[in-house]
Design a protein around this ligand. Structure first.
Ligand code: MG
Length: 114
């Protein structure tokens, strides 16, 4: 399932309640942070990062529905525009991309696990 239908997202919030889903979002964001840090330091698994990304993605849909899709979309448009400016001014010297190789390798191996 690539897209979660809006009606189902609303049903999740209605069933579990706003308070619970807000708390769950904080909890899942923390789990994602932890998984990314572990992965970055070579102690975490690719599949753990994917699982936490999936959890956060589902909760982001709920939070966007709650706080207002239109408002979030406006801020996304502004922030993307700001990033476009920053990209043109970015100096990549000194930037180490050694972890990218590992992510790409785990991705090709991980497709079999997900
Ligand atoms: Mg989780």
């Amino acid at each position: 399932m690539k897209n979660i239908p809006c009606e189902f997202v609303q049903e999740i919030v209605n069933t579990f309640g706003v308070n619970n889903q807000l708390e769950k979002t904080v909890e899942e964001c923390a789990e994602l942070i932890k998984a990314l840090i572990k992965y970055k330091h070579g102690a975490g698994k690719y599949i753990d990062v994917i699982d936490e990304l999936a959890d956060v993605k589902i909760l982001m849909k709920q939070m966007i529905l709650l706080f207002g899709k239109e408002e979030v979309d406006k801020r996304v448009a502004y922030k993307v525009m700001r990033l476009k400016k920053r990209i043109t001014q970015y100096d990549p010297s000194g930037n180490r991309e050694d972890i990218l190789e590992r992510i790409l390798e785990d991705r090709s191996n991980g497709k079999k696990m997900v």
